[in-house]
Structures are given as C-alpha cells and as structure tokens.
Design a binder for this molecule. Structure first.
Ligand code: B12
Ligand code: SF4
Ligand code: SF4
Length: 307
C-alpha cells in the first residue's frame, strides 16, 4: 500500500502537478449542510447544474463503483504576464492559455494508465471541475491547503493560483489525514477588495454576485445594478486572489500550453471593442474563454463600455 501511494505521488510530480494528496472516499459530512444552505439561498444564481446530483456531489462512492480513494492534484497557472494596454478589458489569468480541462484530463489519464500498468487494473475516473465533485473540500481533506475567506484553497508555500482535480479509484491507499491550518487570521483584504460584495461573509461566496459568474456562467443579460462595479473584467476576475498576501509566494507555472497568445496580451481597448467572430475564434482557439462563445464575450465588453 505504501509503495503504491509513493508511486502515485511520484508520478503526479513527474506529470507536472504541484502537489498530490490522497483521502479515503466517503461522505462529506461537514460540507453537506453548507452546500444545502448555499443552494437554498440561491447563491448558485442560474447555475442549474449545481442543483443536480446533490447526493453524488457529497459522496464519490455514488459516482465510481467501489471507490476507495480520492487522489487530489493541483496544477499551477500563475504567471506575471499581463495585458499590455491598461485600459483593455481584462481576462483572468487562469484562461490565458489552452483550456485547463483538456490539459489536466490528459495528465490524469496518464496517471491512471501508469497505475494500471504498474500496480494492476483499477476502476477509476478522472474529474476536472465540471463533474459533481467538491474539488476544494477533497483537497482540503488531503491536507493540500485551507479554504480562505475568499473560499479558494490556499497553500502556504504557493498561494492559490492553481487548479484542482481528482482521480477517484477503487484501490486502497495510504491517506493524508493531517489538515492544513487556517492562515487567514485577522486579514480581510479579499472581502474589502471585492467590487460586487460577493464575499457575503468570511468563507462564504455568493456565486450569483461574483464577476466570474456574471461574465462566464450567466447566460442572460448582466443586471444593471452591476454597472460600474465590474472593474473592467470581461472574463473571470482575479481580485480576491491578487490581493491575498499568500499569493506573494506564487510560483511561475512551467506548463507550455498555458502560455498566452500574443494577440491576447497585446490587443488594445479599441480592438477588443471592435472584436469580430473571426478574431475571437483565432485568439481563443482551444481556450476556456470559448465557454462564453463570441456572443457572451461581446455582451461583457459592451456591458463594460456602457457603464
Ligand atoms: C461553482 C463554482 C464557481 C462559482 C461559485 C464560486 C464558489 N465559491 O462556489 C463561480 C462561477 C462564482 C466561481 C468563481 C471562481 N472560481 Co470556481 N468553481 C466552482 C465549482 C464548479 C464548484 C464550487 C462549489 O462546489 N461551490 C458550492 C459552495 C457550497 O462551495 P464553496 O464556496 O466551495 O463552499 C465552501 C466554503 O464556503 C466553506 N464554508 C461555507 N461556510 C463556511 C463557514 C465557515 C466558518 C468555514 C470555515 C467554511 C465555510 O464550506 C463550503 C463547502 O466546502 C468548482 C469546481 C468543483 N467541481 O469543485 C470551481 C472552483 C472552485 N473554481 C475555481 C476558480 C479558479 C474560480 C475563480 C478564481 C475563477 C476566476 N478567476 O474567475 C473564481 C473565484 C471566485 C471565488 N472567490 O470563489 C477553482 C478553485 C481552485 C482553488 N485553488 O481553490 C475550482 C476548484 C475549479 C478547479 N477545478 O480548479 N466558481
Ligand atoms: S472573483 Fe472577483 S467578484 Fe468574485 S468574489 Fe473574488 S473579487 Fe469578488
Ligand atoms: S486575502 Fe486574507 S482573508 Fe482573504 S483569503 Fe487571503 S489571507 Fe484569507
């Protein structure tokens, strides 16, 4: 068991993951009432998919037959590259390069292949954010960090600019049982800096007010009461992470597929405002920004322009 665990963690490192932690698959008792309250209070806005599979979301044994272990991994996306025109509408750095779903899925599939080859046939499934799995809760359980007041998972050594994903398998492994301590202390920088007051209380984000939701997930028009509050973000928002003191420790990602296209960094305000479907398809080929489609991004840019 110990050898199997070591092999998996070494392989995760070789594949470029920042860290890897393992927990016993089971019911997320602490998260259950919080998820229920979050949904009841409409904090998911129009993200209907968050209402689906409530039981599965809280227990991976209902997702993968015979599930015994949840292997959590983190993939760094931090860069200090920024868009060159200070007036151009902003894109969150997580979406600069190739869609992380594709990049991470490939790596986890490779991890599963190595397990099958070196340990033996296992039943396993890779999950990257879109499935009903609570990524942050599992990473927290595996000791990879704490949930900050901005609700992101923060690691003391590298901050929070990383993605999370899981491989859930029917193989018993050694479990990381020591949780990381909460190092937010008396800090409230993220709460104070959020332009839409989406951090409703420490550790609680009202998704329906978050710029990330308004610019990416919301399909209808952005409500007028957010005019003047979007801080020029056209896709996602990095504010509550940029102001977090723990992100002083962020390391540069070494993932070539996350490198931004030159056009993305150098397009100016006017060029974004005049963007055509053709330019959109070129600049955002294989990018997560495609989630909004051309129409969505244009809606966001027009909204910023109008207020
Ligand atoms: C829905 C969703 C969103 C929604 C809602 C945000 C949210 N906080 O839930 C929206 C669209 C707004 C969003 C935005 C962003 N997201 Co998002 N999102 C998700 C998704 C799909 C589900 C999260 C979820 O289950 N929410 C439901 C609620 C109940 O969960 P929660 O906020 O985590 O609640 C916990 C805490 O609030 C805590 N809690 C509640 N009350 C209390 C009280 C106390 C006292 C304490 C201690 C704790 C506590 O317990 C809850 C349960 O664990 C995950 C992927 C996944 N499958 O997990 C990515 C995910 C969380 N997002 C991610 C990212 C990167 C972002 C953005 C940074 C993107 C961007 N730059 O624009 C922003 C950050 C906004 C923010 N501050 O949260 C990453 C986070 C990585 C990390 N290091 O933590 C994830 C894990 C995706 C991934 N695979 O990497 N996201
Ligand atoms: S991502 Fe932006 S809008 Fe959302 S909670 Fe953080 S600071 Fe607020
Ligand atoms: S900004 Fe401060 S309060 Fe917010 S998550 Fe970071 S350390 Fe915690």
């Amino acid at each position: 068991m110990k050898n199997h665990t070591r092999l998996i963690k070494d392989e995760a490192k070789r594949l470029g993951f920042l860290f890897c932690g393992i927990s016993r698959a089971g019911f997320l008792a602490e998260e259950a009432p919080r998820l229920e309250a979050w949904l009841k209070n409409g904090m998911h806005g129009e993200m209907q998919y968050m209402e689906n599979h409530f039981d599965k979301r809280l227990d991976p044994r209902l997702l993968v037959d015979g599930a015994k272990s949840v292997i959590s991994v983190g993939l760094n996306y931090y860069t200090d590259k920024t868009q060159t025109d200070p007036l151009s509408p902003k894109i969150s750095k997580y979406a600069y390069g190739t869609d992380y779903h594709t990049v991470i899925k490939e790596k986890i599939k490779e991890l599963l292949a190595v397990i099958n080859e070196k340990i033996g046939e296992v039943n396993g499934r890779a999950f990257v954010d879109s499935a009903p799995v609570m990524d942050k809760a599992w990473a927290k359980k595996a000791g990879l960090g704490w949930l900050g007041k901005n609700s992101n998972l923060i690691n003391k050594n590298v901050g929070s600019f990383f993605f999370l994903a899981e491989l859930i398998i029917d193989l018993e492994l050694e479990y990381d049982v020591a949780p990381a301590a909460d190092h937010c202390g008396t800090c409230t920088r993220c709460i104070d800096a959020c332009p839409t007051d989406a951090i409703a209380a420490p550790y609680l984000v009202d998704g329906s007010k978050c710029i990330s939701y308004l610019t990416i997930e919301l399909k209808n028009a952005i409500p007028d009461n957010f005019k003047g509050k979007m801080d020029n973000w056209m896709f996602g928002c990095d504010i509550c992470q940029d102001v977090c003191p723990w992100n002083k420790f962020s390391l540069f990602h070494g993932e070539p597929t996350f490198e931004p296209k030159q056009e993305l960094l150098h397009m100016n305000k006017k060029e974004w405002e005049d963007i055509t479907e053709e330019v959109f398809q070129k600049v955002f080929k294989n990018s997560a920004v495609k989630r909004t489609k051309f129409k969505g991004l244009k809606r966001n840019i027009d909204f910023l322009h109008s207020g």
